[in-house]
Ligand binder design. Structure first.
Ligand code: GDP
Length: 139
């Protein structure tokens, strides 16, 4: 059993696709172990995306991530890190496969609806950034 962090980004919330995204997780057999809606401050967004701080799009990305509420979830399942990335599709929605969340709902390379951890180490950091142990359901 593996865990990963998923975020429905401000564009996804604004487009009213929270339910659609969650439906895709549930249809795939993924369990939601924690969930909340919050709005990040700039400082919080910068902390979350610290690995990208040297990238040219860092300021734009962290502005976007603070522009409205987000839904943050801990997803649980077998190989859920890779499974979630597959459901999400490529970062650039123009390169994403048909039927992926980003292909269906992204606006551009930045406003791409969802975030998902890309490895066990990043998942552990990202889950801990938003949730404490008491907030994550155990099965
Ligand atoms: P992810 O793991 O697929 O989310 O992709 P990355 O970790 O490479 O990038 C993090 C996020 O930064 C992406 O999901 C996009 O929202 C944003 N991003 C990535 N590349 C670009 C870019 O070239 N320009 C802009 N403006 N945003 C980008």
């Amino acid at each position: 059993m593996e865990r990963t962090l998923s975020i429905i980004k401000p564009d996804g919330v604004a487009k009213n696709v929270i339910g659609e995204v969650i439906k895709r997780f549930e249809t795939d057999g993924i369990k939601i172990a924690a969930m909340k809606m919050i709005q990040l401050t700039k400082t919080q967004a910068k902390g979350f995306y610290a690995v990208h701080k040297e990238r040219p799009f860092f300021d734009s990305l962290t502005d976007f991530m603070t522009s409205g509420p987000i839904v943050v979830m801990v997803l649980e399942g077998e190989d859920v890190i890779a499974g979630n990335r597959k459901l999400m599709g490529a970062t650039n929605f123009e390169e994403a496969k048909e039927g992926t969340i980003r292909k269906d709902y992204a606006t551009n390379i930045e406003k791409n609806v969802v975030h998902g951890s890309d490895a066990p180490e990043t998942a552990a950091f990202e889950i801990g950034y938003f949730f404490n142990d008491l907030e994550i359901q155990r099965r």
